[in-house]
Design a protein around this ligand. Structure first.
Ligand SMILES: Nc1nc2c(ncn2[C@@H]2O[C@H](COP(=O)(O)OP(=O)(O)OP(=O)(O)O)[C@@H](O)[C@H]2O)c(=O)[nH]1
Ligand SMILES: [Mg+2]
Length: 294
């Protein structure tokens, strides 16, 4: 059998489960997931490798219709790219998402010259009848065979989705080394895990105002030594992030360290420093430095 390989890009609104799906399909945590919208800020590749094929999946930031600051513009550039370079496109919606927010994208999908699936996620939340009605409504706009119900969290129908994707892949040699399962570095993953804990522990504002940069990553035999800087967008946010007697930051550190120990299977020493970088979300220079721009 000839080898198959292709780019399969996952796009959709914030919080519909794109990162949960890529992690499930790859079988590794390549992207962080949280209950908050706009968790993912980059395009993250996740590879599904097999002797006969390589699926190059892309997770992308959730689509924001009216980006409000340059970081969000940069995030939307990643999404734009993903619409343009796919061999197969997965447009993800969540069960119950309003049809008004879906139909413009259905029109766009129909105009594509590549195969696509409209994937309806979180169907574990749906009663059978309501799900059927929802799917029916979508099928008024696009062919039934392009609509795919799944639960990424409960791993329901995801293997079948993978099979369908493989059928659609073009014949092509592997694009990436099959030893890898992502294009991102260990440092990126560590920074993301710290950011995940910040998303989980703080309300509004703070999660959207921080950037994490790993400055040290030393892998000694028995222990990983990691140092990271957390940049806030305004001076007043520094105190909030650190918390009374440093408690908030300690908690972030403890939770991140626990996940990192599980991930690497060894002890982790983690130092976190909070720094102020006024207006980094608006600064081209900072955005380039933080990897949002080429
Ligand atoms: N019940 C249920 N929850 C899900 C499912 N898939 C994802 N979730 C939850 O939905 C929330 C958002 O998931 P993410 O994977 O972070 O969503 P996303 O589309 O990547 O979000 P952004 O990165 O913000 O665009 C998390 O709390 C997930 O646990 C599912 O199949 N069922
Ligand atoms: Mg995401």
């Amino acid at each position: 059998m000839a080898h198959k390989a292709g780019f399969v890009n996952i796009v959709g609104k914030p919080n519909v489960g794109k990162s949960t799906l890529i992690n499930e399909l790859v079988g590794e945590k390549v992207a962080i997931t949280t209950p908050k919208a706009q968790t993912t800020r980059h395009r993250i590749l996740g590879l599904v490798n097999h002797d006969d094929y390589q699926i190059v999946l892309s997770d992308t930031p959730g689509i924001i219709d009216d980006p409000k600051y340059p970081m969000q513009n940069a995030m939307m550039d990643f999404v734009k790219e993903a619409w343009e370079d796919a061999d197969v496109l997965l447009y993800l919606v969540e069960f119950g998402q309003k049809m008004e927010s879906i139909t413009p994208y259905l029109t766009r999908l129909k105009e594509l010259s590549i195969p696509y699936f409209l994937v309806v996620n979180k169907i574990d939340k749906a009663e059978q009848e309501k799900l059927l009605a929802y799917m029916q409504e979508i099928s008024n706009h696009i062919p039934q065979e392009n609509i795919f119900p799944i639960s990424a969290l409960n791993k329901f129908n995801t293997k079948y989705l993978l099979e369908k994707i493989i059928e659609l892949l073009p014949e092509h040699p592997a694009y990436y080394d099959k030893e890898n399962y992502t294009d991102k570095t260990e440092r990126f993953l560590v920074a993301e895990i710290i950011r995940e804990k910040i998303f989980e522990n703080f309300k509004q504002e703070i999660p959207y105002s921080v950037e994490v940069v790993v400055t040290t990553f030393k892998d000694a035999d028995l222990m990983l030594r990691i140092g990271a800087e957390i940049y806030v967008n305004r001076k007043s946010q520094k105190g909030i992030l650190i918390g009374k007697e440093g408690r908030a930051l300690t908690r972030i550190g403890t939770e991140a360290r626990r996940d990192l120990m599980n991930h690497y299977g060894k002890k982790v020493h983690l130092d976190l420093y909070v720094k102020v970088k006024e207006g980094w979300r608006e600064s081209d220079r900072d955005l380039s430095r933080f990897g949002y721009k080429g």
